[in-house]
Design a protein. Structure first.
Length: 445
């Protein structure tokens, strides 16, 4: 049942990051807000009182390592599973075996790495086993659990947020790797403190990246006659020449930067918007993803204040589809600047949200008879369509006929602003409402 492998077998063939994986909490770098003396997560691990939980954080901060430390300490059986390499069918098989073991008093911890790779419907499979206590679920994710984890499952798990490691945390970790026999402790490595700090800065809080960079630097260092390896600044500069942008298009920073782009456009700041656009594109983001977000923004934040904004966004999407990167970067820039400079209105967004609230909470409101179809004689006899007024047959192309359910008559959802062209729609709507009020004879139809 357990898929654990020996953590340190064939160490010399493993990357430095794998060889230096912390074996206990004392070796673990960072996360003092969770693992410092007396902190909740540390106590739960040390006292073997683990309950279902989600580890959420950027890559390389120790989510999988924490799960393996728990595996080494717990009296429960431990199953290690990755949503990248396995499917929900295999996970369900593990949980069924755990359910059998529960009858004999056995506890099973199921660690699911990259749990967000399962869609929310697939995540439903975990729920009954968590509820029955057949498994203690530990999920690891780089994605925001609020967006990617099934709400029912999330409510049964404690979320622990792991933070990117600080430069000091990473520097100490690198120093440890240089001294530890699992790392370069059996070698004479000469690398100055400024270069270690340079690696720590380059890694952007990712321990795995930092150790990988150190390993490459040492392997490419100058070896003298006595076997001492010297890492020179020039070598390290070559290794880190392509700075890894602080952007993980599959992780939390993805949401942070798309949010920054959206809010910069909303704040009519084209310079900031173009900067965040460039951050995403230069880090390898799919241009069609950005273009889809611009299409959404065009109606959510501009709307009828400038109806051409939607045309610009859709045209941008088509250009991205035709050309791809890097050619479409200028089309995205055009759309981003246009949307940033456009007059802003969220009236359409607010109208829908207000209507959606009523639609969700007032499901029993009947469609008024006058606007129902009457395709059968029975429906006709019941008054379906009676009193319907065909607006095109009227001189004003208007009627005072009510189209909302009776209990909602008079409710206002769309409230236009006076921004840009929407002021024209505001005037037109005001005239329509005044005419209808003057000609409404209290009919319900």
């Amino acid at each position: 049942m357990t898929k654990q492998t020996a953590l340190f077998e064939q160490e010399t063939e493993q990357p430095l990051a794998a060889r230096m994986r912390p074996r206990d909490l004392d070796e673990f770098a960072g996360q003092q807000h969770l693992l410092g003396p007396g902190k909740v997560l540390r106590r739960l691990i040390e006292e073997d009182r683990i309950s279902s939980m989600i580890f959420w954080g950027p890559p390389g901060v120790g989510k999988t390592t924490l799960a393996r430390i728990i595996a080494n300490r717990t009296k429960a059986k431990f199953a290690d599973f990755s949503a990248v390499t396995g499917g929900i069918k295999e996970a369900r098989s593990i949980m069924e075996q755990a359910d059998e073991g529960r009858r004999f008093g056995e506890r099973t911890i199921l660690f699911v790495d990259e749990i967000h790779r399962f869609n929310k419907a697939q995540q439903d499979a975990f729920l009954p086993y968590v509820e029955k206590g057949s498994i203690i679920l530990i999920g690891a994710t780089t994605e925001n659990p609020s967006f990617e984890i099934n709400g029912a499952l999330l409510s049964r798990c404690k979320v622990f947020v792991l933070q990117a490691l600080s430069p000091d945390d990473i520097t100490r970790m690198l120093e440890h790797a240089l001294k530890d026999p699992r790392g370069f402790g059996d070698m004479r490595v000469n690398i100055g403190q400024p270069l270690l700090r340079q690696i720590a800065s380059f890694a952007n809080g990712d321990a795995r990246m930092a150790l990988g960079t150190l390993e490459m630097a040492v392997l490419n260092g100058h070896v003298d006659a006595e076997g001492t390896v010297t890492v020179e600044s020039e070598i390290l500069s070559q290794i880190t020449s392509k700075k890894s942008l602080l952007y993980d298009k599959n992780g939390e920073e993805h949401y942070n930067i798309i949010s920054a782009l959206h809010k910069s456009m909303r704040n009519s700041d084209p310079d900031a918007a173009v900067y965040w656009l460039a951050r995403m594109l230069e880090a390898g983001e799919e241009p069609l993803y950005i273009a889809r977000r611009l299409v959404r923004f065009a109606s959510e934040d501009v709307g009828l204040a400038d109806p051409r904004a939607l045309e610009q966004a859709v045209a941008c999407y088509q250009a991205c589809h035709f050309l791809g990167m890097p050619e479409c970067n200028v089309h995205l820039t055009q759309a981003v600047v246009y949307l940033a400079m456009a007059p802003k209105s969220n009236a359409l967004y607010m109208a829908y949200m207000a209507a959606a609230k009523d639609a969700q909470t007032r499901l029993a409101e009947p469609v008024p008879l006058q606007i129902r179809n009457a395709p059968t004689r029975l429906m006709d006899s019941l008054g379906y369509g009676e009193g319907y007024i065909y607006a095109h047959d009227t001189e004003e192309k208007l009627s005072a006929m009510h189209c909302l359910p009776e209990d909602l008559v008079g409710t206002t959802y769309y409230v236009p602003t006076n921004q840009g062209i929407e002021s024209r729609y505001a005037q037109r709507l005001s005239e329509i409402k005044a005419w209808k009020q003057a000609h409404d004879k209290g009919q319900s139809g």
